[in-house]
Design a protein around this ligand. Structure first.
Ligand code: NAP
Length: 428
């Protein structure tokens, strides 16, 4: 297994103020809520942190302005219990303009949901996706400067983990509004959090997210799929806070189970779950597993896991390892666990053999030879070739000469043929 795993200041400013409604408008607001919004439990797990924090006010799914009201209220509940409702609910939120940086597999996948939720998408990437974008109502920019001139409300970084630092440092932040929100979807979280805090001006909002699904696992919808987020730096009682809530509502409206969690905690959990899953999938892919006429459910799951894992880029997998401080420990745990299982198996086999060889206990269900003839192949042992790498397997006592008995009365074979394996084990 060890061998197996050894692979293994910105210029422009957008002053977005909150129009404040007179306090006597509160009854009006509550009427709007009563008439147009219904409180319901989430379609996803109502036990999620997000749902507990923000009792869901489900829209009757028609009036867009009211949806905006909901979103604003959502922002209020999320982190500002003291902010007065009239300040936020009076705000008419326009749909967001979201700039996706890195328009590969995942960037395209997430853009569809953003558009479904009524927001506009502009995109840029190393490769040219202008044709795809044209067909899907997305404005594509061949260079990042041109995209930033569009001044998106949110810059959503969807580049590979490995390229993110280079990509982020290439963004002309002076072209963006001073309260722009930077978000990411990287499968590791401490790294982009620290990078954003290091590189971005202090007015910029930061929200780190990880949708715990991808184009394969989320192809039939996002209902109840976990969406992890950490509002690393969002200015309170500002338009930035509202836009952050608008952004998060995209995923909630798609049915995701919203999980607010620190980046550190995410990385700890993800190493013990997602990284292990990808590692097992990668190992299995080296076995070239094939479907058989007698697949068990478990085996079908393994085949599916292998397929899902290898559909992601190796860059992604390497990023999970290299950019998560907990990954090395997990890969070592996995290595140890495999050794333990092997030792249990071969330890038991060793005991049986010792009884057979030393204590002369006959094997159950195996006919005993009538004479002291050599039984060349105890039926349960793997062949010589398969056994040669198994360090924990005990070898039988050394022979003295061909077909001659040694002092213990065990028939011997030539020395050169002595390798651990069934061909070398004899039975009397
Ligand atoms: P990926 O291989 O991790 O990333 C591909 C993206 O990175 C493409 O947009 C590619 O741009 C860009 N890229 C790669 N190398 C680059 C470089 N040297 N310079 C500039 N851009 C570069 O595959 P992915 O599945 O699309 O994942 C994208 C992000 O989403 C990753 O951070 C990943 O962790 C996260 N994520 C993925 C999943 C998933 O299931 N796939 C789920 C959740 C989160 P071009 O296409 O223009 O070459």
């Amino acid at each position: 297994m060890a061998a197996l795993l050894n692979f293994s200041s910105h210029c422009t400013s957008s002053s977005q103020t909150h129009p404040i409604l007179p306090t006597n408008s509160i009854p009006e607001i509550s009427k709007i809520f009563t008439n147009n919004l219904t409180t319901s439990s989430s379609s996803s797990s109502s036990s999620s942190n997000f749902s507990k924090k923000f009792p869901k006010l489900k829209l009757t799914r028609s009036a867009h302005p009211l949806r905006k009201t909901y979103i604003s209220n959502h922002a209020l509940k999320s982190s500002q219990p003291s902010i007065s409702p009239e300040k936020i609910t009076s705000q008419e939120d326009e749909p967001l303009r979201i700039g996706i940086v890195g328009f590969g597999n995942f960037g395209q996948f997430i853009a569809k949901a953003i558009k479904r939720q009524g927001h506009s998408v502009v995109a840029t990437s190393r490769s040219d996706y202008s044709e795809y974008c044209q067909q899907n109502g997305i404005e594509f920019f061949g260079n990042i400067d041109a995209m930033c001139e569009e001044q998106p409300d949110v810059i959503l970084v969807c580049s590979s983990i490995l390229s993110t630092e280079t990509v982020l440092r290439s963004i002309p932040i002076h072209k963006l509004k001073s309260d722009t929100i930077f978000a990411d979807v990287l499968s590791v979280k401490q790294f982009p959090r620290n990078l954003f805090l290091e590189v971005l001006p202090s007015d910029f909002g930061i929200i780190c997210t990880h949708p715990m699904f991808g184009p394969e696992s989320g192809k039939n919808g996002w209902d109840a799929l976990p969406f992890v987020y950490d509002k690393v730096r969002i200015a309170e009682k500002t338009a930035q806070e509202r836009k952050c809530a608008q952004f998060l509502s995209i995923f909630e409206e798609e049915g995701c189970r919203m999980v607010e969690m620190s980046c550190e905690e995410h990385d700890r959990h993800a190493a013990g779950s997602q990284f292990i899953t990808h590692t097992i999938g990668r190992i299995l892919s080296h076995l070239d597993l094939e479907s058989t006429p007698i697949n068990t459910k478990g085996y079908e799951t393994l085949l599916q896991l292998t397929e899902n894992t290898v559909s992601d880029s190796f860059d992604l997998y390497y990023g999970l390892f290299m950019y998560n401080v907990n990954a090395t420990e997990q890969i070592e745990n996995l290595d140890r666990a495999f050794e333990t299982v092997k030792q249990k198996l071969f330890g038991r086999l060793h005991d049986i053999l010792r009884k057979q060889i030393v204590e002369r206990v006959p094997l159950q269900g195996v006919p005993q030879p009538k004479s002291r003839e050599v039984n060349p192949t105890p039926y349960f042992l793997p062949n010589n070739e398969k056994m040669k790498d198994l360090s924990s397997f005990a070898m039988p006592p050394p022979p003295t000469s061909p077909t001659q008995e040694n002092n213990d009365g065990v028939a011997s074979q030539p020395k050169e043929s002595l390798k651990p394996g069934r061909d070398n084990l004899v039975k009397h």
